[in-house]
Ligand binder design. Structure first.
Ligand SMILES: *Cc1c(COP(=O)(O)O)cnc(C)c1O
Length: 359
């Protein structure tokens, strides 16, 4: 007799982590959009001191970090809700806003956690295809709103296509979103986004009562392994996010590292600028070789390799480049160290010569 379990879980794929090369392989893991820089020395030093207290629970209210974030973004502390990574906060947002049968809408392809989190919460995902340029089709999303819609994710820049939504387009979209529907702008890659017309989540949070923003310390600030992210949300929503959180999910180590990161933002910005420069160099090298790709506004590039994805991915791996392949769609490759990016350019150019038509 099998154990009775929730039926909807059968339809959910387990979250697939970016592949890691074997330890002795000369290869670069560019599959999870991690930061190639080692943690700041100030962070590692402070964490060593903090280790002596891991017998204690963290302060769940994280007052120091919350106060710093509130000050940094000119919002009230009541607007901030922390979680063990922004993916956890995205899940909390779904739990906090959906009743049984509710619909959660997002573009597709986008962050692969969205459909999983939606199913786990017992809500129904509504996935609206990206437009032909890999961007959010906001008019189609507005048209897909029903009386069951409770939450809409806008991933800006979009993972994995790297596209941004235009501020004016989001304003036009917001005009069609009922006031009781929460729009969540997921800005995991906001630090890498220097597009002049892009929607800025915080700006929309200030201008609309039904907008929340997701930020993370994982990507630009290089703390992926510590698990810490947060929402800036209307106070009533943020309060319910705290109710749906797993108690003590955000460790004292993570809180400490986040506080130090905010204290060292200028130093981190230098690293971000380097990654943005590396991204531009990589895109240029590929385009100069005749490879077509969209501008990326995040810390990765996207190659729409379509039906050749698996073959190209295998050839790239053989060359030491471990990206993230989405069969039938494309390959996402994170911006890494200069050495890694050089290998990406060289191997992509040589691999794609073997495939008759360029991407
Ligand atoms: C990486 C990522 C996140 C979350 O990362 P955490 O490590 O959980 O903070 C959230 N949204 C998108 C779109 C991402 O790509």
């Amino acid at each position: 007799m099998t154990i009775a379990q929730r039926n909807s879980l059968q339809a959910i794929p387990a979250y697939k982590q970016g592949a890691t090369p074997g330890e002795h392989e000369k290869a670069f893991k560019l599959s999870s959009n991690e930061n190639p820089f080692a943690p700041l020395p100030a962070v590692t030093t402070a964490l060593v001191a903090e280790l002596g207290r891991i017998n204690e629970y963290p302060n769940a209210a994280a007052p120091e970090l919350v106060a710093m974030l509130a000050e940094r973004f000119k919002v009230a502390p009541e607007n901030i809700a922390l979680g063990a990574g922004s993916v956890e906060v995205a899940g909390q947002l779904i739990h906090a806003t959906t009743n049984p049968g509710a619909e959660v809408m997002f573009a597709w392809r986008s962050f692969e956690a969205y459909p999983i989190l939606t199913h786990v919460a017992g809500a129904t995902p509504v996935m609206v295809p990206l437009d032909a340029q890999g961007g959010h089709d906001l008019p189609a999303m507005a048209a897909a709103i029903t009386e069951r819609t409770s939450l809409i994710f806008i991933c800006n820049p979009n993972n994995p296509t790297g596209t941004v939504v235009d501020s004016a387009a989001v304003d036009a979209f917001m005009a069609k979103v009922p006031a009781h529907v929460l729009v969540v702008i997921d800005e995991a890659y906001v630090h890498f986004n220097i597009h002049g017309d892009s929607a800025i989540g915080l700006d929309f949070f200030h201008r609309y009562p039904n907008v929340a923003v997701l930020h993370t310390f994982s990507k630009a600030y290089g703390l992926a392994g510590l698990r810490i992210g947060y929402a800036i949300a209307p106070a009533a929503v943020a309060e319910n996010l705290r109710k749906t959180a797993i108690p003590f999910g955000v460790s004292a180590l993570a809180q400490r590292a986040a506080v130090l990161s905010l204290n060292h933002e200028a130093e981190l910005q230098v690293r971000i600028d380097k990654l943005i420069t590396e991204r531009a160099g990589l895109v240029k090298a590929l385009r100069d070789a005749g490879i077509q790709l969209w501008d990326s506004h995040a810390n990765f590039i996207w190659l729409a390799t379509k039906e050749r994805t698996e073959a190209i991915d295998a050839a790239l791996r053989a060359a030491g480049v471990w990206g993230r392949a989405f069969p039938g769609e494309g390959i996402r490759i994170s911006i890494g160290s200069p050495e890694a990016n050089k290998l990406v350019a060289d191997s992509l150019i040589s691999v794609l010569q073997e495939f008759p038509a360029h991407v």
